[in-house]
Each structure stands twice: as structure tokens, then as C-alpha cells.
Design a protein around this ligand. Structure first.
Ligand SMILES: *Cc1c(COP(=O)(O)O)cnc(C)c1O
Length: 427
């Protein structure tokens, strides 16, 4: 399997190069040259998550150095479960993706990417720098996945003051080969700085860089596996409501369906950043500065994976007709968290709460289907939002508690690509 760019400007590229490059050289995002079909004989229920992952990902690693290592990579990346549990009081399930080391879905993709880079770099001597912009959860998942990995260092950029105290602590708790930078700006500034560094040919000659953002193929592809696994465990096609920011997780659900997994509808649940809801309601696609919300990992004003959605649905009317997207304000997020305990006996984190509100709206419009809400993070990561609403402390998962018990430090950084370049050169 080879990979092309969403912008059409690169030759068919082997998986190894596509993963290590992050962004395609023409500025686009890597996508598979052809969509393999993994349905039918190859996919069946009753298999474990690592087994389903192997079947789904096999065609993509075919002929690459990852092929002989795929079973081991999957055993590592999917060591934590992604259970589908019934939502009390509703004809719905919750797909819990928060049982990994940093209690958010990004652990799956980050661990797959780290294990893949470990295999791909075997024998390389020059250090590789993983550059990652985060609105909260990516940075800790990537930091945890690469922590203490020989020959690799990680620079995490996050918007100062715009992540929860526990998120900030997680980002700064690694030390060693992982450095956290608190940027005086927004997430979009962080993402711009990372993009500018990738575009800086001179910098890249001095400092070999790779990406771990959701644009990275090595994070996107593995996210298809838990959707396929959950859908196979359900009788009949399973529809998902996915909390959405950069559109990486939701696009993985859509890609899993395109590969033949028994997935029904995929509905996007966003916060007050309305770019996607407005587009699917009929407006032109109009990126804009992000606004800060309670669901901060989705504070994105220009979702990067939208390019991949356009690649999969080149016809714009067909694209608009294929998806629905809801925008959920902070007041509704608060209400859904408050109601979650009484109505469903569960505590939602602010992102999953957006999906819960979108389900309520579907019901209000007469929908009677069965849905899976995708729970993207554990509520204990967002204690300052959640605990006052539910009136009690939210128990902290053991892995998260261990990170919070370590000391944490972050370095201040101006919101300029030049400042980042200096730091990277002087490392
Ligand atoms: C990253 C994140 C999201 C958004 O995922 P995208 O792939 O960027 O759409 C949603 N919820 C949580 C908790 C996240 O960490």
C-alpha cells in the first residue's frame, strides 16, 4: 500500500515515509492510494481488540517494515480495553475510550505511532524530534507514549491557561526526553508554529522533525480499529456520535465504515466552535479563530482533518448530505454533566457531554435509533468543570493518579515560530 496527499502533489509514498514525514511535502495530508475492503471474511465478532486491529490495519502495512511487527505493535497499542457499555435509561451505548495511561482516546493512536516509529527507526542514529501542538489531551498521550524512548525527543506546545490544571500537570510531568512548552497564545497559534517549523527547510535539515498531531497517518489509521471492534460486537450496524475537534477521531469512524466495518451513521458533536456545524448546515467552509470552551480539547477553529473528509467525499453536495454536526454551548455541556448522574448514572466529561446533548436533540427530533456515544476522556481529567456540577469528587483512575503524583514543569514560549526554532536548535 502506498499513500497520496489530499492536495495531489506527491508521488505514491511508502508507509514508512508517510508516517515519519507527518505532513505531506505539498502541505496536504497523507491518505491511502486505494481503500482496501476488510469486511466480510476478514472481519468477524468475537475477536479481541488487538486481533480486530491487526485485520483492519494489515492492508495498510502490507509490504512495509511494519508488516512483520504488526501483531506486536497492536498488542502494545491496544493493551487497554475499549468497552461498549449500555447507557442506562436510553437505547444507546457508550464506547469508553479512556482506559489508557492518560485517560483519553488519544492513547491508542499515540501508542501505535510510538511503537511504529520504534520499528521504523531501528538502526537510525540521528535523534528524531516529535513536535506536537495540543489543546490538552494530545500532548500527554504523546508524551506518555514516547517517554524514555531512545533516540526520540518530544516537544509539546500547549496554550498557556487554556488547559485544565490536571491536564497541565500531565503535560509537564514527564521530564527526560519530553519537554512541555506553555505558549502565550491559543491552540491555533501552537498549531501554526508547528506547521511553520515543518515548512522550514533549513530547520528540518538541522533538526529532523516528525509530527504526532492527528494529521499523522500513524495516529489516524489505528483509530479505525476500536470502531470496527465495537461495531462487530453489536448486532446490526452501529451508529456513533463522536465528540469532534480536529476531526481525527470522527474521520477514523468514517474511514472504518468505508473499509467495510458495520457502521451506520456518524454524527459529529462539537462545542461552540461552529465551523463544521455551519458547513453541514449549508454555509461555506469558513475557518475562524477558536473560542475557549469547557470542552477544551475541541477548541479548534480550522479542523485539520477536514481535508481528508473532502478527499473521501470529493462531491460537496454528497459530503453535506452524508453527515450531521451539532454545536453544543457551555451551558448545555454543564446541564448534560449535571443530568448525567440522575438520568444515566454516569459522569460525563465535557467532551462526551457534547455527544450526550446531540443524542438528546436527535431524540427530540423523533429519532428512535440505537446510538453509541463515544466517551473520549475520563471525567477526572476535567475535575474543575465536572466536580462543582456533580457536587462530589470524581475518583481518579490509577494511571492518571500516578502521573499527578510526579512533579511537573513547563517552559514559557512566545507564540512565534522563530522562538520554537531557537529552542529546537539549542536542545
Ligand atoms: C482530542 C479530543 C477530542 C477531539 O478529537 P479530534 O480527533 O481532534 O476530533 C475530543 N475529546 C477529547 C477528550 C479529546 O482529547
Amino acid at each position: 500500500m502506498r499513500f497520496l496527499s489530499t492536495r495531489g502533489g506527491v508521488e505514491p509514498t511508502p508507509l514508512r515515509d508517510a508516517i515519519l514525514a507527518g505532513l505531506a511535502p505539498d502541505g496536504g495530508l497523507f491518505v491511502p492510494q486505494a481503500l482496501p475492503v476488510v469486511a466480510g471474511e476478514t472481519l468477524h465478532g468475537g475477536e479481541s481488540l488487538p486481533e480486530v486491529a491487526q485485520r483492519v490495519l494489515q492492508p495498510f502495512v502490507d509490504g512495509s517494515p511494519l508488516e512483520p511487527a504488526l501483531a506486536a505493535i497492536c498488542a502494545h497499542a491496544y493493551a487497554c480495553d475499549a468497552p461498549l457499555v449500555p447507557l442506562e435509561g436510553e437505547d444507546a451505548d457508550v464506547l469508553e475510550l479512556f482506559h489508557g495511561p492518560t485517560a483519553a482516546f488519544k492513547d491508542f493512536g499515540a501508542r501505535f505511532l510510538a511503537a511504529s516509529i520504534g520499528v521504523l527507526r531501528a538502526g537510525d542514529t540521528a535523534p528524531l524530534t516529535v513536535l506536537v501542538a495540543t489543546s490538552g489531551d494530545t500532548g500527554s498521550a504523546v508524551g506518555a507514549a514516547f517517554h524514555r524512548m531512545p533516540g526520540v525527543r518530544v516537544a509539546i506546545l500547549y496554550p498557556d491557561g487554556r488547559v485544565s490544571p490536571r491536564q497541565a500537570h500531565q503535560l509537564g510531568c514527564f521530564g527526560g526526553n519530553v519537554r512541555a512548552f506553555r505558549v502565550a497564545g491559543s491552540f491555533d497559534d501552537c498549531q501554526r508554529m508547528v506547521k511553520a517549523s515543518f515548512a522550514d527547510v533549513a530547520l528540518r535539515a538541522d533538526v529532523p522533525l516528525t509530527s504526532a498531531n492527528s494529521i499523522s497517518l500513524g495516529r489516524l489509521l489505528p483509530q479505525t480499529a476500536y470502531y470496527a471492534h465495537a461495531a462487530l460486537a453489536h448486532p446490526g450496524p452501529l451508529s456513533f456520535i463522536v465528540p469532534t475537534g480536529n476531526l481525527g477521531n470522527a474521520f477514523a469512524a468514517i474511514l472504518a465504515r468505508a473499509l467495510g466495518a458495520p457502521i451506520g451513521d456518524v454524527v459529529l458533536a462539537g462545542n461552540a466552535n461552529r465551523v463544521l456545524p455551519d458547513f453541514f448546515a449549508g454555509d461555506a467552509y469558513a475557518p475562524r479563530p477558536s473560542v475557549a470552551t469547557l470542552a477544551n480539547a475541541m477548541d479548534v477553529g480550522d479542523p485539520s482533518n477536514f481535508e481528508r473528509l473532502r478527499w473521501l467525499y470529493p462531491d460537496e453536495p454528497a459530503l453535506r448530505a452524508a453527515f450531521r454536526a451539532g454545536s453544543v454551548g457551555d451551558d448545555e455541556i454543564r446541564r448534560a454533566i449535571r443530568d448525567g448522574e440522575a438520568r444515566h448514572g454516569r459522569t460525563f466529561d465535557p467532551h462526551t457531554a457534547c455527544a450526550a446533548v446531540v443524542l438528546e436533540r436527535l431524540r427530540a427530533s423523533g429519532d428512535r435509533g440505537h446510538w453509541a456515544l463515544v466517551a473520549t476522556a475520563h471525567p477526572a481529567k476535567f475535575e474543575t468543570v465536572v466536580e462543582p456540577l456533580v457536587g462530589r469528587a470524581v475518583p481518579v483512575p490509577a494511571a492518571l493518579a500516578a502521573m499527578l503524583a510526579r512533579p511537573a514543569t513547563a517552559e514559557p514560549l512566545a507564540a512565534e515560530a522563530g522562538a520554537l526554532g531557537t529552542v529546537l536548535r539549542d536542545w
